[in-house]
Design a binder for this molecule. Structure first.
Ligand code: PDD
Length: 277
């Protein structure tokens, strides 16, 4: 397997960055995670568009055209033995003497790697997963896919220490998102997600779920959702590149719905699988 780093294809163990890289010093960079099925990137256009939005949001000049990006990723994918992969790519502002504001002349650091895509097992999907709630204490630019993930790391660790899959975060009583996933609430046949604003990362599965709902006549609403509404949901689910869609059947000490994956989940999961091919 090969990784791409600043113009070179090399093995992961050979890849090196200088300690003054601003990604290391300040967490000054952005990233993407793209699922690959049968050696094809899924929703590549949308992931590229989000990558470009993230770069733009933090003022890193885009180092490659979309075509170049796709060619670089393709080369890394081609060198990997798995048909299903998760491509990770990261761009930092680059290497410079330590000072907080943007350096004048700096070249972005570009890194691409890929790993086997390990999806939740059929058993996990059949049983559903447990999650815990926590207060969202992250910054107010969650729409940027920043590599500064300390808040998400602490949320994920809280879930790990609780022996569950994800933390589901609330800001002042309003649902935001999971530690590394978006959250969906089903009530009376309507699927709802929090608004696409600065309080959540707009997952690529956000737009996908909207499309799938439209195709299958499932009413969809983007709106603010209270913690009470989450606990009172008929169904609860989380989505991400590496989880696809997962049903949540326990939250803290409470059972959600009837404690089993629900019909809207089943329908959306099937639609998601069909969309992959
Ligand atoms: N995370 N919200 C957060 C905070 C996330 O980190 C992610 C994904 C999502 C879902 O986005 P998408 O549908 O585009 O995967 C929402 C990736 C998988 C990660 O950090 O590994």
């Amino acid at each position: 397997a090969l990784v791409y780093l600043n113009g070179e294809f090399q093995s992961l163990s050979e890849a090196r960055i200088p300690v003054l890289d601003r990604g290391f010093i300040f967490g000054d960079g952005i990233y993407e995670v793209i699922p690959v099925y049968g050696r094809k990137m899924f929703r590549a256009k949308q992931h590229m568009a989000r990558l470009f939005r993230s770069l733009d949001a933090i003022g890193i000049p885009n180092p490659h055209s979309e075509e170049n990006w796709m060619a670089l990723i393709q080369k890394v994918m081609d060198a990997h033995p798995s048909d299903d992969q998760m491509v990770y790519l990261q761009v930092t502002r680059g290497v410079a003497k330590r000072a907080h504001a943007f350096p004048k002349e700096v070249t972005p650091t570009v890194f691409i790697m890929t790993n086997p895509l390990v999806l939740p097992s059929a058993q996990v999907r059949a049983d559903g997963v447990a999650c815990v709630t926590m207060e969202d204490r992250r910054w107010l630019h969650c729409e940027i896919k920043s590599i500064s993930l300390l808040g998400n790391v602490l949320a994920a660790q809280h879930a790990a220490e609780s022996g569950v899959t994800e933390s589901i975060q609330f800001r002042d009583g309003w649902l935001t998102e999971g530690s590394s996933s978006n959250v969906w609430v089903v009530k009376n046949g309507v699927i709802m997600g929090p608004p696409k604003d600065h309080l959540i990362l707009e997952g690529i599965r956000y737009g996908l779920l909207q499309e799938l709902c439209e195709q299958h006549g499932i009413p969809f609403e983007s709106r603010k959702i209270t913690q009470e509404e989450v606990f009172a949901a008929d169904e609860l689910m989380i989505s991400s590149a590496t989880k696809e869609i997962l049903p949540v059947v326990r939250l803290d000490a409470q059972t959600i719905g009837n404690g089993a994956p629900g019909p809207i989940y089943q329908q959306l999961y099937a639609a998601y699988q069909a969309a992959k091919h």
